[in-house]
Write a protein that binds this ligand. Sequence first.
Ligand code: GLN
Length: 492
Amino acid sequence: MPKHIYELEALELIKNIKEGNLRVYEVVEEFLERIEKVETKINAFITLRDREEILREAKEKDEILRQGQAKGILFGLPIAVKDNISTENIRTTCGSKMLYNYVPPYDATVIKLLKREGAIILGKTNMDEFAMGSSTETSFFGPTRNPWDLSRVPGGSSGGSAAALASGEAPLALGSDTGGSVRAPASFTATVGLKPTYGLVSRYGLIAYANSLEQIGPMGRSVQDTALLLNVIAKYDPNDATSLNVKRPNYLASTYNVNDLHRKVRVALVKEMFEEGVSKDVALIVKNVVNKLVSEGFLVDEISIPIIKYALPAYYIIAMSEASSNLARYDGIRYGFRAKISGDWNEVFSETRKEGFGKEVKRRIIMGTFTLSAGYFDQYYLKALKVRTLIIREFKNAFRKYNILISPTMPTPPFKIGEKIKDPLAMYMSDVETVVANIVGIPAISLPAGFVSDNLPVGIQLMADHLREDLLFSIAAFIEKLTGLRNLIAKI
Ligand code: GLN
């Protein structure tokens, strides 16, 4: 049976468009129809672009193609973008009431790059408010549902992007990852997501949550699609002071010819990342994948990095401290929501923030203000930074001997909507596996490892040394071949 257009991988769509087998118009139209059909169940998008406008853009692209003028490696491909990435003339809310009406006057660098390569933006995807969360339940626009089981969360905070992929609403998506927000939803939806090396992808136009930790990351339904998208967005950008001015390899090319990797790549499991708080099912599924690697000739060791237990507390202190400073800008004066009261600046400011921010965001601003305050700064923030340095040292040590470190991406399969939202600590604990890559600044990828009770996805996480995305993609492509878990779309 021929596949529906929405079931094709991004690379297949691009090839068919280029070769004239598919018109951009019919591709885009089919995705719009798919969205119309499933979106009421999923709620992956906060804002969809105007249908007519998108179709007009598609028509223009077809005309350019007809004239043989098509340029760009994503030419004609629809894409979904997380709603904390600024898009000129398209509302960008960060999942918050505070920005419910905010329309950015400029494009983030990654958006400029997408447009330059010919992509068509479908809309802006749902997320935890200001990217603070692991389940996409704290959005002002309601939770996103997991396409594999509508009673469960899709992970977060880039849950909308992941759910759009897993339900066939989009072939490719952008997310952001401060402590796991690309990888957690990838794990929970059987899709692929990469958190790049800090500084590889420009953060210009990404609405800040915790600057020292976050990166925009590519998301897809296959390792190759994800690598393709990284090729587009990983560019040096003088507008971002932390952007790395280094040569970037062709990441897609590193997914080819992956057959003699076992001779070159040393792999290790991180012992602690399979233990405390990790469900037995999840650990087993990930270890099964590792066993397959061993059967293929890989030497796989187990290493212990005991300091890893401090990664989660250090992460939350650093992230909340930075958040408390970053979110001070929402004052209701220049843009965004403003409370309907009259009074002096202080009254308007306070009431605006009281009404505009949700509970989790307020909790973090309060805690972050505390950890930065005189008298506690040394005890919390400074100490967390010192712990961060020690963790970086340990990981740098590990990478002297091993190229790839393996763990589960999430400690559990997708949980029920409502299950953890009233217990912030339980929610924070679901980030135990992911935050360490952000603390260290190294790249990490999540891809499907298997399923628990038939339909609940489990992801495997691979971490590599700084700027070794090429290796991650090579091994990930190899694992994807071994598991056969590629281009999965949930039945809805
Ligand atoms: N769940 C983590 C947090 O709430 C990570 C979120 C993210 O990566 N944006 O901080």
